[in-house]
Ligand binder design. Structure first.
Ligand code: NDP
Length: 332
C-alpha cells in the first residue's frame, strides 16, 4: 500500500514535490492492534504549520516520515476484543491507504447516527473549533454583530450558523461570489462580503452598520486589519487561524492596530481546540442535536483518490473548497 511522506520542508507555498508516495508492506498485527483501511482523510490548514521545523503546540512532521491527521477507516482485521471487521473508526492516523493502530488510539463511529464524514468535519475537529471558539471566547449576545472570516470554510460556516442560533446578526467574509451567495442563500447569513473585490473595505463597512462586537478570525492579515478597525466597545476577537500567512516565508509581525483595543476596551484571545479536550463530549452532543434538528447545515468538498491528497491540501490555500475539504480514499 502507499503512504505519503513529507519529502521537503516547503519554503512558501508547498508543491507536489514536497510530498513523496512510499510503498509499504502490511505488517502482521500484534495483540491489541487493528488493521485499518482508510476510507476518508482530512486535509487541514494547520498541517502547513507542522511542515515547519519550529516549536509549536504540536510536534513538526518529521522529514521522510508519514504525514498524519484525521482519518476515517474501516477495520479489516482486529486483534482487539472491542473491534470487529467492518467497524468504522476515526483517529489521528497516517496519510496512508492502510494503518496499523493500537485499538486504544481510535474511536468507533456509529454510521447510523450521522453520515460518517461528519466526524471529520462538523461533528469533529472543525465543528468543535467553531463551537468552543465562538461560545467560550466570542460569547455572542442577541442582537450583536458577529463577523467571521474564512466564512465558507469548515470552521467558518459553523461559526456563522451557531452565531445565528444565538440571535446575532452575522456577516461573513469569503473569497468568491459563489461563496457569498452560499452564505446568504443557504446558510442564512445576514450579509457576506468578498475580500478579493476592489471595494472590499467599502462593502464591508456597509455590511456592518452597527459595528463589530465579535470577530472570529480564521485568516489574519489585511482582512483582519479591516475588521478590527471597526470594533465596538467591549468587542471580543477570537483568534482561531491566520491562513493568509501560513505560506509566508517570514513571520508576520503585528497586531498592527493595538490602539483600537485600548479605545474600545476590547480583547483578543487565541486558542487551540486541544484546550477544550475535557468538554468535547458536550460540544459534540450539542452539534449533533442541532444537526439532527436541521438547525445546522454543512457542505463537503470531496476529492476522489488517495493520490490526489496533496492537491486537496494545496486547494485549501487557493480557496477551492466549500465547507470541509476531504479526500475519499476507498469505499466502505
Ligand atoms: P477552511 O475550510 O476554511 O479552508 C481554508 C479557507 O481559507 C479556504 O477555503 C479559503 O477560502 C481561505 N483562504 C485561503 N487562503 C487565504 C488567504 N490568503 N486569505 C484569506 N483567506 C484565505 O479551513 P478550516 O475551516 O479547516 O480552517 C480555518 C482556519 O481555522 C484556518 O486558519 C485553520 O488553521 C484554523 N483552525 C484553527 C484551529 C484551532 O484549534 N485554533 C483548529 C482548526 C482550524 P476563501 O475562498 O474564502 O479565500
Amino acid at each position: 500500500y502507499k503512504e505519503i511522506h513529507l519529502a521537503n520542508r516547503p519554503e512558501g507555498t508547498p508543491t507536489n514535490e514536497d510530498f513523496a508516495f512510499i510503498e509499504k508492506e502490511i505488517p502482521s498485527l500484534a495483540d491489541g492492534e487493528l488493521l485499518l483501511k482508510t476510507l476518508y482523510l482530512s486535509v487541514d490548514p494547520y498541517m502547513r504549520g507542522r511542515m515547519r521545523d519550529v516549536k509549536s503546540y504540536v510536534e513538526p512532521f518529521k522529514l521522510n516520515e508519514a504525514i498524519a491527521g484525521g482519518v476515517l477507516a474501516e477495520v479489516v482485521d482486529s486483534k482487539s476484543e472491542g473491534f470487529k471487521q467492518g467497524d468504522i473508526v476515526t483517529g489521528r492516523l497516517n496519510w496512508a491507504e492502510y494503518n496499523v493502530a493500537n485499538a486504544q488510539t481510535v474511536q468507533k463511529v456509529d454510521p447510523a447516527s450521522a453520515p460518517i464524514t461528519t466526524r471529520l468535519g462538523i461533528l469533529g475537529m472543525t465543528g468543535l473549533t467553531a463551537y468552543f471558539g465562538l461560545l467560550d471566547i466570542g460569547k455572542p449576545q442577541e442582537g450583536e454583530t458577529v463577523v467571521v472570516s474564512g466564512a465558507a470554510g469548515a470552521v467558518g460556516s459553523v461559526v456563522g450558523q451557531i452565531a445565528k442560533l444565538k440571535g446575532a446578526r452575522v456577516v461573513g467574509i469569503a473569497g468568491s461570489q459563489d461563496k457569498i451567495d452560499y452564505l446568504i442563500n443557504e446558510l442564512g447569513f445576514d450579509a457576506a462580503v468578498n475580500y478579493k473585490d476592489n471595494n472590499f473595505k467599502e462593502d464591508f463597512k456597509k455590511a456592518i452598520p452597527d459595528g463589530v462586537d465579535v470577530y472570529f478570525d480564521n485568516v489574519g492579515g489585511v482582512v483582519s486589519d479591516t475588521v478590527i478597525f471597526e470594533i465596538n466597545r467591549n468587542a471580543r476577537i477570537v483568534v482561531c487561524g491566520t491562513i493568509s500567512s501560513y505560506n509566508n516565508p517570514e513571520a508576520d509581525t503585528g497586531p498592527r492596530i493595538q490602539w483600537k483595543f485600548i479605545t474600545t476596551s476590547s480583547m483578543m484571545k487565541g486558542f487551540t481546540i486541544g484546550d477544550y479536550a475535557q468538554e468535547f463530549k458536550t460540544g459534540a452532543q450539542d452539534l449533533a442535536k442541532w444537526l439532527q434538528e436541521g438547525k445546522l447545515k454543512y457542505e463537503e468538498t470531496i476529492t476522489e483518490g488517495f493520490e490526489r491528497t496533496p492537491e486537496a491540501f494545496l486547494d485549501l490555500f487557493e480557496g477551492n473548497n466549500l465547507g470541509k475539504q476531504l479526500v475519499k480514499v476507498a469505499k466502505p
